[in-house]
Design a protein around this ligand. Structure first.
Ligand code: BES
Ligand code: ZN
Length: 457
């Protein structure tokens, strides 16, 4: 059955498999009309232009965690939340980042004109020794000739770990690796604990020149890595809390999240200024809408560094708060013109309360939303604490993901609006005052049928 037909059937409030395709739009159940009225209280207020404007401002500069760019975004988000009337908390946290310091090379006392890149994890050291070319650095290629020398290795075929380990095992004192075929630049390379010789990366051109040179002369090499190491950086989560109506507090908490940081050098219009714009828009609308549920609107920092902000936040929740939290909705990359359909992803690929609400809301306001299995965003730490959580994202991905081309012009207002409507309707479904408990909800819509989708991203 096509998605459209399925949606139509589901919109009639019936179970897909038992319904003839001749069902008409008049088959609304009383509940369903009520649901639409409730949905409309939220979704009619969603303004895609306002969301687009947030993205425009946020994507003027990259927002890499720990940088001024992130801090500016954090202030913007906090000011917005406060202007809607929310108590807003900035939750700072530290994360560690590798800093390659400065590395230098010289060959037969002549300084290398390029700029070597320090391997992530390299020790600080200065060594002087003859250079020895060992091909790709496999255990077969590396002989005892490399003992006491600096190994020149080509990137490719084997892991960084194996290459470095193979030359270390034979007594090499340093590593220079040049880039592989058809690979440009020199930003690559890792060493691991216990691999305690300095290691740097150079371009393929520079490496091939050295290979040629070694055919006719010995090249005494000085390799120095200085001031490399991990440094502490500070990032922030931004949290705005909407208290429930005093007389109708059901004790439940619903969380609506996104991440405000971008990758280095990327404007991150879709990833994830789009999600931030959706969180801000829903916060603005819900500020004036009474609920019986506490709502927490949040944007996380350092998601791109390994979900650091959301782990920090989720792990800072007391068990009592976790027990009261019934749902976490994560919106990440919700506006790309060039991505596919909206899918709800859970880390274990199982449905949960969030996906049930999302699928039902989708069927009411647009079309049924399918679910799939994926981590890779801030829903993971909540899931790990036992909170029903799902990532709302379009799949397959757009080609601009994590690139400098993730810019405002790639944002579709329609996609932004539709995703925000679906999440807004789902949130309001459980937060509105006349659904005091999920099981006993007076006017809860019936469950809808939605399917697992394992499309590649
Ligand atoms: N928005 C992405 C998540 C994503 C990417 C979901 C591609 C689906 C497909 C997120 O910002 C991201 O890039 N996450 C990292 C993982 C994280 C642990 C650093 C990723 O997927 O590489
Ligand atoms: Zn993201």
């Amino acid at each position: 059955m096509s998605r459209k037909i399925l949606t139509f059937v589901l919109a009639a409030g019936l179970v897909a498999s038992s319904v003839p395709l001749t069902a008409t739009a008049d088959n609304h159940t009383p509940n369903e009309n009520a649901d639409h009225a409730f949905d409309n209280k939220v979704i009619k207020k969603i303004d895609a232009d306002r969301m687009y404007n947030h993205i425009a401002l946020l994507s003027e500069n990259p927002r890499e965690a720990g940088t001024q760019g992130e801090y500016k975004a954090v202030q913007y988000i906090k000011n917005e939340f406060e202007s809607y009337g929310y108590d807003t908390e900035l939750q700072p946290f530290t994360f560690q980042e590798w800093d390659g310091g400065t590395s230098t090379l010289s060959f037969n006392d002549q300084a290398f004109s390029g700029d070597p890149h320090t391997f992530n994890g390299s020790v600080n050291a200065s060594v002087q020794a003859p250079l020895e070319y060992v091909g790709l650095g496999s255990s077969e290629e590396v002989g005892s000739d490399v003992e006491g020398k600096i190994a020149l290795i080509e990137r490719g075929s084997y892991t960084f770990y194996d290459k470095v380990q193979n030359v270390m095992d034979k007594g090499a004192v340093g590593v220079i690796m040049f880039n592989g075929e058809n690979q440009s630049g020199n930003h690559f390379g890792y060493t691991y604990d216990e691999q305690d010789i300095p290691a740097v990366a150079i371009t393929r051109e520079a490496g091939l020149k050295l290979v040629e040179r070694l055919k006719t002369e010995q090249v005494t090499t000085t390799l120095t890595v200085k001031n490399a190491g991990t440094i502490d950086k500070t990032s922030y989560n931004v949290i705005a809390t909407k208290e429930p109506h005093k007389k109708k507090d059901n004790g439940q908490i619903v969380m609506i999240g996104s991440h405000h940081d971008s990758v280095a050098g990327g404007p991150g219009a879709n990833d994830d200024a789009s999600g931030v714009s959706a969180v801000l828009e829903l916060a603005k609308i819900m500020a004036k809408t009474p609920t019986d549920t506490e709502l927490r609107f949040m944007t996380f920092g350092a998601e791109e560094k390994g979900l650091v902000g959301s782990y920090h936040y989720a792990n800072s929740l007391s068990q009592e708060e976790v027990d009261r939290t019934v749902a976490q909705f994560q919106m990440d990359m919700v506006g790309s013109r060039d991505a596919g359909d909206l899918i709800m992803f859970t880390p274990d690929g199982q449905k949960n309360l969030v996906t049930d609400l999302g699928a039902a809301a989708g069927a009411r306001v647009a079309e049924v939303v399918e679910y799939g299995q994926l981590g890779r965003s801030d829903h993971v730490p909540f899931f790990q604490r036992g909170i029903p959580a799902a990532l709302f994202i379009h799949a397959p991905l757009e080609p601009w993901y994590h690139s400098p081309q993730d810019t405002l012009d790639k944002i579709s207002k329609e996609k932004l609006k539709e995703t925000t409507e679906i999440v807004g309707a789902a949130v309001y479904q459980i937060a509105r005052p006349n659904t005091p408990a999920l099981e006993n909800a007076e006017v809860a819509p019936g469950p809808v049928h939605y399917e697992f989708d394992d499309r590649p991203l």
